[in-house]
Design a protein around this ligand. Structure first.
Ligand SMILES: *Cc1c(COP(=O)(O)O)cnc(C)c1O
Length: 364
């Protein structure tokens, strides 16, 4: 039963394109998981086959990112947005303010939720520069002994990415890595907590990966609502209640696909090459202009402008007609955004570069 399908190039920021081999495996095994005789959509989350699926997903994540044994790997619901609240509810209990480094729209939202829970110190914000850059180290006004320091490794809307961890941070580092998790190697041991909604770089919507250092579990207050307490999920290996079983299964397949590519170092190399091609075209003449400062450019979300808004609208429309979807930038930035996560094929970037060059030739 093969169906002839035509897939376009999907530059959507999220939910985003998934690896084709993963989609094919889902399709193959959708009616019956091998040896199980039932679909993953239908099996109990308490069943042996599902236990194996979630255990393998955790083991593969641990292996891929070299996650040390003293970190819990949780699959939660409510999206990264729920982590904006869960992080302070569980960790903002030391009597000290929490520091937030704000480099884009998602960081700003995280601050808004954290303020409902406790005292927040915005250690730096680049909002005055329309979030086009990262703060310099001397701009960071960090609190000595802060409850934790929160940052966003990749700001999906503005296309600004940290090359690693912010410099000069001591204490518990918390990272929203929703749009660049597993796009490159990361040193998990430097972090207290990392969270990421799956629908950009890990799979379908519906599950959020949380990587949490075990000693932080002590911080959760007694009276916290059960579902909002990390201890609940840590104790039950993400099976306290019905988990998003299909999404966990699909994310597990993505982990295996990443391992098959050679792991995160190999993936990073490909990502650098992919983004490099697009930025080279943006920089080739003055026709296209990148939004983010060069040294903070995202390898995942490439944001750029054209000389006029009319030309931007024209490019988006013509690109869509030519089979490039999802290129319209977020309204707060304007222009265009090409989201090119791990699963986005390099051939699609080559094709877009060619299209952009032709568009410039005709309209420049
Ligand atoms: C998409 C995104 C979010 C929000 O994720 P949801 O799963 O929709 O709640 C948060 N942070 C970043 C960096 C994102 O890209």
């Amino acid at each position: 039963m093969t169906t002839q399908v035509h897939r376009i190039y999907n530059f959507s920021a999220g939910p985003a394109t998934m690896p084709l081999p993963v989609l094919e495996q889902i399709q193959r095994d959708l009616l019956a998981l091998p040896g199980v005789g039932m679909s993953v959509l239908e099996i109990s989350h308490r069943s042996k086959p599902f236990q194996a699926i979630i255990d393998e997903a955790v083991a593969d994540a641990r292996e891929l990112a070299g996650i040390p044994e003293n970190y819990k790997i949780l699959f939660l619901q409510g999206g990264a947005s729920t982590q904006f609240s869960m992080v302070p509810m569980n960790l903002h209990t030391t009597g000290m303010p929490a520091d937030y480094i704000v480099t884009g729209a998602w960081g700003k939202k995280a601050v808004k939720e954290a303020k409902r829970v406790g005292e927040v110190n915005v250690a730096a914000t680049t909002e005055a520069d329309n979030y086009s850059r990262l703060p310099r180290r001397e701009e960071l006004k960090l609190t000595r002994g802060a409850a934790y320091v929160h940052f966003t490794s990749n700001e999906t809307i503005q296309g600004v990415q940290y090359p690693g961890e912010p410099e000069g941070v001591e204490g518990t580092l918390v990272c929203d890595a929703s749009s660049d998790i597993f796009s490159r190697p990361l040193d998990v041991g430097k972090y207290g907590l990392i969270y990421a909604g799956a629908q950009k770089n890990l799979g379908p919507a519906g599950v959020t990966l949380v990587i949490l250092r075990e000693d932080l579990l002590m911080r959760s207050p007694e009276g916290l609502a059960t579902m909002f307490n990390y201890n609940t999920h840590a104790k039950e290996n993400s099976l306290y209640n019905t988990p998003p079983s299909f999404a966990i299964y699909a994310v597990g397949l993505v982990f295996k696909w990443l391992k098959g590519l050679g792991g995160l170092a190999a993936v990073e190399e490909t990502n650098k090459r992919k983004a490099g091609k697009l930025y080279a075209e943006i920089d080739r003449t003055g026709f296209y202009r990148g939004h983010a400062a060069k040294e903070c450019r995202s390898l995942m979300n490439v944001t750029f402008r054209l000389p006029t808004e009319e030309l931007e609208a024209k490019l988006v429309a013509e690109a869509k007609a030519a089979g490039f979807d999802g290129l319209k930038g977020h309204r707060s930035v304007g222009g265009l955004r090409a989201s090119i996560y791990n699963a986005f094929p390099e051939a699609g970037i080559d094709a877009l570069v060619e299209f952009m060059r032709e568009f410039e030739r005709k309209n420049g």
